[in-house]
Design a binder for this molecule. Structure first.
Ligand code: ZN
Ligand code: ZN
Length: 284
């Protein structure tokens, strides 16, 4: 900023940003020569950093319409969602958030990416997954004021050194040009895995486990929030975070995740929809 001030507004608006762009391009080309970009999944050669090779791209199941507008579960055909495009579990027990989307079906291929980010120190996967989340969640991000990650308990954060949901939230917010609140929610109590519990038991386990950081309460009031996590399975943790955000005065909460896994008590995800993949034709 001081450089811009010292050299005048005309230069700041014209030459310097132009020069910065050129330098960035040269730097990126140089980096590509020294460290050729590789596929984030198989490490094979690709043309551009952050893109999947065609073989891996074909294996990933991106979720496009038709899918449940509340939880992102893909439908084989639009008739599965009825007139409101809502899946049967969401119809039976509506989640507390307004709308939810997921970029990928959680299968063997996306699991490698998600677990690599979560446990494998592969933090470079966050912006790549965020790009696909941003594409599928475009309408949610367009009406959002702030992106908030699902929090990690301090003990887990210490062991893992980073919160994968926070990395996704940072990348999404940067790409969408909106604010991020990585410390707005705090996990005050660690919880055991929830997937094997029934719905009521999950709620019991989670009650009081997540809270708003008191000094950040103002950042939530009247804001439209996009809540971010890596995987949605039962949706229980996302649901508890949503309830906490709404109780703190959030105007609305939408949910955006990298991958959607069916809960153990949900029917398995229907077979891949080639048609939906074609509609979501992103090169890499
Ligand atoms: Zn590959
Ligand atoms: Zn649903």
């Amino acid at each position: 900023m001081s450089l811009y001030r010292d050299t005048g507004a005309v230069v700041a608006r014209g030459i310097i940003p132009g020069a910065t762009r050129v330098l960035r391009r040269v730097g990126s080309a140089l980096l590509d020569t020294l460290l050729p970009p590789d596929c984030p999944s198989c490490h094979g050669d690709v043309d551009r950093a952050g893109h999947f090779c065609p073989a891996c791209f074909r294996q990933l199941t991106f979720i496009a319409d038709p899918c449940c507008t509340r939880c992102g579960q893909p439908f084989v055909s639009a008739s599965f969602g009825g007139t409101r495009m809502i899946c049967a579990p969401c119809e039976e027990a509506p989640p507390p958030w307004r709308a939810g989307r997921a970029a990928l079906v959680y299968d063997d291929w996306s699991r490698c990416l998600v677990l690599g980010l979560k446990y494998g120190d592969r933090t470079e996967l966050a912006p790549i997954l965020a790009t696909h989340m941003g594409r599928i969640g475009q309408s949610l991000l367009a009406r959002a004021d702030i992106v908030v990650p699902v929090p990690l308990h301090r003990g887990r954060l210490f062991r893992r050194r980073y919160n994968q949901a926070a990395l996704l939230a940072w990348a999404l917010a940067r790409q969408a040009g909106i604010a991020v609140g990585p410390d707005l929610l705090v996990r005050v109590r660690s919880t055991a895995p929830l997937a094997r519990l029934g719905r009521a038991a999950r709620r019991d386990v989670l009650r009081g486990a997540i809270a708003i950081r008191p000094r950040r309460r103002d950042a939530i009031a009247n804001r439209h929030v996009v809540l971010v996590d890596d995987v949605m399975t039962t949706g229980a943790t996302l649901g508890e975070c949503t309830r906490v955000l709404l109780a703190a005065g959030a105007a609305s909460v939408d949910v955006l995740v990298a991958a959607r896994a069916p809960a153990p008590d949900e029917p398995r995800h229907p077979e891949k929809s080639a048609a939906s993949r074609e509609r979501y034709a992103v090169a890499g």
